[in-house]
Ligand binder design. Structure first.
Ligand SMILES: NC(=O)c1ccc[n+]([C@@H]2O[C@H](COP(=O)([O-])OP(=O)(O)OC[C@H]3O[C@@H](n4cnc5c(N)ncnc54)[C@H](O)[C@@H]3O)[C@@H](O)[C@H]2O)c1
Length: 419
C-alpha cells in the first residue's frame, strides 16, 4: 500500500511513522521546504521524535517532497494540514482547500482520501467532495472519501497513535471501509461513525467538553480565591469520587492548536446554519481568555502585599509553552499574560528550557538561564507551566524569598501563592 501524508506537522509526522512501521510505503508531502529538507536528512522538527526516529523512518523508504505529483502513485492520501482561525475568528480552510485541489489535480481512480484536520461538521462533504468531483470522479466508486479525526496528545507518554481508538466516517460505506482498512494496519481499535458529520462533530465534542470544563474550574478558582477556599484542595477532594467526575485543573489560560480554536469551528457552523449562538462555547471562551488578565491582576496584588508596585517591577514567567515539557508555543497563554503585565508597567523576562527565543509584539524578551538566576534578579515570578526542570527545582522555589505566583498548583513555599 502506498500512502501520501499531506502536512508533516504534529499530526502528520506521527501518522507517517506509524504507517511506515506497519509496512505502508509512505511519502510525505509538505509545502514547507525547510521541513521537507530536514526530514530528508533525518532531522526531526517535532518534540516527540528524535533525529534517530526520523533516520529510522527514512530507512523504511520514506521520502518527503514538496511536489504534489507524488499523489498520482498513491492508494491513499491523508490530509493533516492546519485549520486555524482567520482575523475575524472564523474557520480558515485555505490549507484544506489547497491540499484538496492538489489531490484533485493528481488523483487516479481508486484513490482513497481521508481528512484528519479538525474542522466543522460538513467540511468533508461540502468543501472537499465538490473539489474532488470537479474532474468527473464519483465519490464512492471512483474515489473514496472519509473523515478521521486526529486525537494526538503531544508529550503524552501513555497514549500514542496506535493505542488511541481512531474514529472513521465515510461518505459512503465503501469509503469508510477503505479508510478503516488503512488505519487497522497500525491502530488497535478503529471505531466506525455513521457518517462524516458524526466523525467531524465527535472531535469537536471532545475538545469543547475540555474547553468548557477548564473554564468551569478556572471560574471556580477565581471565586474560591475571593472566598478564601483553596481550589487545588477542592479539586483533589472531588476527584476521589470514583465515578461521575473528571478532574480539570485551573491554569493561566488555555493554549495549543486545539482548545482555543476548535470549539470556534463548531460555534461558527451553529451560527451559520441555525442562526443561534452555542452558549456554552461562548461563555467558556470568555472565561478562559480572561485568565491571563486575572493572573496578571493577582500578580499585582501579590506585589502589593509585599509592599511593591507592579509598575517598574521585573516579573519573570517560568514556562512560556502551552503545556509542560514540550516546546510548542502556539496560542500559549503566556503571551497575553506577558502583554497584560507589560500594560501594568512590569518588565517581563522568562525562563524556559524548551524555548531559546521569545518575543512579545516583535520585541525580544530577556531569558534567564536558570530558575536560580531568575529568582535572584526578579521582583516576582509566575510559574505558568510545571516543566520537569521546575519540578526538579521545587526546593529552590520553596525556599525563595522572591514572591511567586503558581498557576499550576504544583508548588509550595513560604513566599509562594497558588492561584
Ligand atoms: N497538534 C495537535 O495536538 C493536534 C491534535 C489533534 C488534531 N489536530 C489537528 O490536526 C491538523 C494539523 O495540525 P498540526 O498540529 O499537525 O499542524 P502543524 O502546523 O504542526 O503541521 C501542518 C503542516 O502542514 C503543512 N501544510 C500547510 N498547508 C499545506 C498544503 N496545502 N500542502 C501541504 N502541506 C501543507 C505545513 O507546512 C505544516 O508542516 C489541524 O487541523 C489540527 O487542528 C492537531
Amino acid at each position: 500500500m502506498k500512502a501520501v501524508i499531506v502536512g508533516l506537522g504534529y499530526v502528520g509526522l506521527p501518522l507517517a511513522i506509524a504507517a511506515a512501521e506497519a509496512g505502508v510505503q509512505v511519502t510525505g508531502l509538505d509545502k514547507n521546504e525547510e521541513i521537507v529538507s530536514g526530514l530528508t536528512v533525518g532531522r526531526s522538527h517535532i518534540d516527540d521524535f528524535t533525529d534517530a526516529d526520523i533516520a529510522s523512518l527514512v530507512a523504511t523508504g520514506f521520502t518527503a517532497t514538496t511536489d504534489s505529483a507524488v499523489i498520482a502513485e498513491a492508494d491513499i492520501v491523508v490530509i493533516c494540514v492546519p485549520t486555524p482561525l482567520n482575523r475575524a475568528g472564523e474557520p480558515d480552510l485555505a490549507a484544506v482547500m489547497a491540499a484538496s485541489r492538489d489531490i484533485a489535480a493528481n488523483a487516479s481512480a481508486g484513490l482513497t482520501v481521508v481528512l484528519e484536520s479538525t474542522t466543522y461538521p460538513g467540511t468533508t462533504e461540502e468543501v472537499l467532495q465538490p473539489i474532488l468531483e470537479e474532474r468527473g470522479f464519483t465519490i464512492g466508486s471512483d474515489l473514496f472519501l472519509a473523515f478521521s479525526p486526529e486525537r494526538i496528545d503531544p508529550g503524552n507518554p501513555t497514549f500514542g497513535i496506535t493505542n488511541t481508538p481512531k474514529i472513521v466516517g465515510g461518505v459512503t460505506k465503501a469509503c469508510g471501509d477503505k479508510a478503516a482498512a488503512f488505519y487497522e494496519r497500525f491502530i488497535d481499535t478503529v471505531v466506525r461513525a455513521k457518517g462524516t458529520r458524526e466523525a467531524e462533530t465527535a472531535k469537536l465534542l471532545e475538545n469543547t467538553y475540555r474547553h468548557i470544563n477548564i473554564a468551569l474550574v478556572n471560574e471556580m478558582a477565581q471565586l474560591c480565591h475571593a472566598m478564601g477556599i483553596d481550589i487545588w484542595d477542592v479539586v483533589d477532594l472531588a476527584k476521589t469520587k470514583p465515578f461521575g467526575f473528571q478532574s480539570f485543573r485551573p491554569s493561566a489560560g488555555v493554549g495549543g492548536h486545539c482548545i482555543p480554536i476548535d470549539p470556534n469551528y463548531l460555534a461558527f457552523k451553529v451560527r451559520a446554519e441555525l442562526s443561534r449562538p452555542f452558549q456554552f462555547i461562548e461563555l467558556a471562551e470568555e472565561v478562559n481568555s480572561g485568565m491571563p488578565g486575572y493572573v496578571a491582576q493577582r500578580m499585582a496584588a501579590l506585589l502589593q502585599a509585599h509592599h511593591s508596585n507592579i509598575s517598574g517591577s521585573t516579573v519573570t514567567l517560568l514556562g512560556v509553552t502551552y503545556k509542560p515539557n514540550i516546546s510548542d508555543k502556539r496560542e500559549s497563554p503566556a503571551v497575553p499574560l506577558a502583554e497584560k503585565l507589560i500594560e501594568l508597567g512590569a518588565t517581563v523576562k522568562y525562563v524556559d528550557p524548551f524555548v531559546d527565543d521569545w518575543s512579545i509584539n516583535g520585541s525580544p524578551i530577556e531569558r534567564f538561564a536558570s530558575v536560580q538566576d531568575a529568582l535572584a534578579e526578579s521582583h516576582a515570578a509566575i510559574i505558568v507551566q510545571a516543566h520537569s526542570d521546575f519540578v526538579a527545582a521545587a526546593d529552590v522555589l520553596a525556599s525563595s524569598r522572591t514572591p511567586l505566583l503558581d498557576a499550576t498548583g504544583r508548588f509550595t513555599g513560604e513566599h509562594l501563592e497558588r492561584l
